[in-house]
Structures are given as structure tokens and as C-alpha cells.
Design a protein around this ligand. Structure first.
Ligand code: SF4
Length: 293
């Protein structure tokens, strides 16, 4: 039994625990993405169920999402002063680690974005949760038979169809360049929007979609338009990917999924991300255990 930890503040983990179906389903995009970027992290987060600590990165993303949601849904006039008061209110009531000084640097981008939506868009839904069964039947987000689910930041609807928008605060606090942010978005986040579009298509029967990222760092909206979007076809692709992952993981413990070579590979591959990972100490501890074997 690999239960001993070397770090006083870490909770004990039974590393022989095997992955159950409840650990995998319902699938969210971030759960799938965690597995793809680092299966070790996946085990800490979703199998051993160690909650990530609140930190300034999570707080900033959540703070910005809340600001945009309130600006769009409450009768707040779009002035800088109101925006700062709203951000202060969110810090005091929801996100104590929300960095208001950083937020101020991007306030103009957020105001322009919201102003544009209010002037031109038909607001449909904000922060709305969707779910689907394994047979692509719509289900409530919390239903126990949900296979995939997602919370969509913003949905607009007009005569040209539906626009799904995801707000990206990536790279603001760690000063990542716009080039790097766009590369990451290109690599993985379009799948996130396809994931959401297939859920929204199921509920609305809409076929014309525009999927967009609002890049808070430079205020731009990056969009792609699809006519005759086939939500079921996309769902089937996503489902096949997820069934492959389930096949790799189900009823296995971490040592049957990640050997020492994989471990070294993921630590090298994620070098830039490991510094921001909540599970660094657990990961080091596990690495020492593996090396001892
Ligand atoms: S520290 Fe790096 S390798 Fe370890 S779990 Fe986190 S992201 Fe994965």
C-alpha cells in the first residue's frame, strides 16, 4: 500500500485506489482536458478527489466571469466607476483573491465587449448549464445519467443563428504573450466550443452556429462560423474519444496507467504548467515512491 506521504500538510492517499465509472462520468471538458494534459493530475483531482486550492489565477478568471455576467444581466450603466465598484463587490463577497489592480488594466476591454453585446446582440443565456446522456438525449446538468455536460459563458441568438462565446482570461497574471495564448486556443480550446455547441444544438435544434473566444487580454473576439452544424456528428466524435479514455482508465490504479517513464515524460512536457499545479507536492511524493520501486 502506497499510503505514506513525505509532506506534513498533505492528506494521505491510497494509491491503489482504482478508477470507478463515477470518477469518470459525467464528463466535463475540463475533466477531459486534465486527463489529456496530465493523467497524474487527473488522478489527484478526480480519483483521489483532492480539491484544488483557491488561488489568484482561479479567482481572477472567476471574478472576470462574474463581472461580465452581472454587467449583462443587471441594469448597471457601463461606466468605469461602476465596473470597479462591481469588481470590489465581487472581491468582498465571492472571490477574496480577485486582484483588482490587474483587473483595472483590462477594464476597457471588458466594457467594450459588454457594450457591443448590449448594442448589437440578442442575449439568449448567460452561464447556462447543459447536459446530454450517452444516447444524446438532453438531461439536466445534475442528472445522474449525464454523460457529457458543460456550462456556457454566453449565448446570443439572432436571425443568423446562435453565437456561443467563451471568455478567456488565460495569460493575464502570468504574463503569457498573446501569441502563446492563441497557440493554446488553437490546439485545444476549439474542441471545448464544439463540445458546448453540440450540447446547445441538442437543446435548441439550431444548425447555424458561430463559436467565439473573447480574449480578455487584448479585447478581441476570435470567431468561426458553421452552417448546417451537425450536433449529433460532433457528439459521436466526442463520445468516441471519451470511451477510449474510459477504456484506458476504468478499474485501474495509477501505477497501471502511468509508469515511471510516463511520469518523467509528463513532468518534462508540463514543465511550464507544473509551477502552477496544485498537486506539485503530491506529484513529487509519488515520483519518489515510484523511483523507490
Ligand atoms: S506537477 Fe506537473 S506532472 Fe505533476 S501532476 Fe501537476 S502538471 Fe502533472
Amino acid at each position: 500500500m502506497y499510503q505514506k506521504t513525505f509532506f506534513e500538510d498533505l492528506i494521505e492517499i491510497n494509491y491503489e485506489k482504482r478508477v470507478s465509472l463515477e470518477n469518470l462520468r459525467p464528463w466535463s471538458f475540463s475533466k477531459y482536458d486534465t486527463f489529456k494534459s496530465c493523467p497524474i493530475k487527473f488522478f489527484f483531482r478526480y480519483v483521489y478527489k483532492i480539491e484544488p486550492k483557491r488561488n489568484k489565477y482561479l479567482a481572477f478568471g472567476n471574478g472576470v466571469h462574474l463581472v461580465i455576467e452581472k454587467l449583462l444581466t443587471k441594469p448597471i450603466s457601463l461606466k468605469e466607476k461602476n465596473l470597479f465598484n462591481l469588481a470590489k463587490y465581487i472581491k468582498e463577497n465571492y472571490e477574496p483573491l480577485f486582484d483588482i489592480n490587474y483587473f483595472k488594466k483590462y477594464a476597457a476591454n471588458i466594457l467594450n465587449f459588454v457594450k457591443n453585446i448590449k448594442d448589437n446582440g440578442n442575449l439568449f443565456e448567460v452561464e447556462k448549464a447543459y447536459g446530454a446522456s450517452e444516447d444524446y438525449v438532453p438531461l439536466n446538468y445534475e442528472n445522474k445519467n449525464v454523460f457529457i455536460r458543460g456550462k456556457v459563458d454566453l449565448i446570443l441568438k439572432d436571425k443568423d443563428g446562435i453565437r456561443i462565446i467563451d471568455h478567456k482570461t488565460t495569460g493575464i497574471l502570468n504574463n503569457r504573450s498573446l501569441k502563446k495564448i492563441l497557440k493554446t486556443l488553437k490546439e485545444k480550446s476549439s474542441l471545448q466550443l464544439f463540445w458546448y455547441a453540440s450540447l446547445v444544438a441538442l437543446k435548441t435544434q439550431e444548425k447555424n452556429f458561430t463559436i467565439s473566444f473573447f480574449i480578455v487580454k487584448d479585447g478581441k473576439l476570435i470567431s468561426k462560423r458553421f452552417e448546417d452544424f451537425d450536433g449529433y456528428k460532433i457528439f459521436k466524435k466526442i463520445k468516441n474519444k471519451l470511451l477510449e479514455v474510459e477504456e484506458k482508465l476504468i478499474y485501474k490504479n495509477i501505477f497501471e496507467v502511468v509508469n515511471i517513464k510516463d511520469f518523467e515524460f509528463y513532468r518534462r512536457k508540463n514543465k511550464a504548467l507544473c509551477g502552477y499545479c496544485d498537486y506539485q507536492n503530491y506529484c513529487l511524493n509519488l515520483f519518489k515512491l515510484l523511483k523507490r520501486e
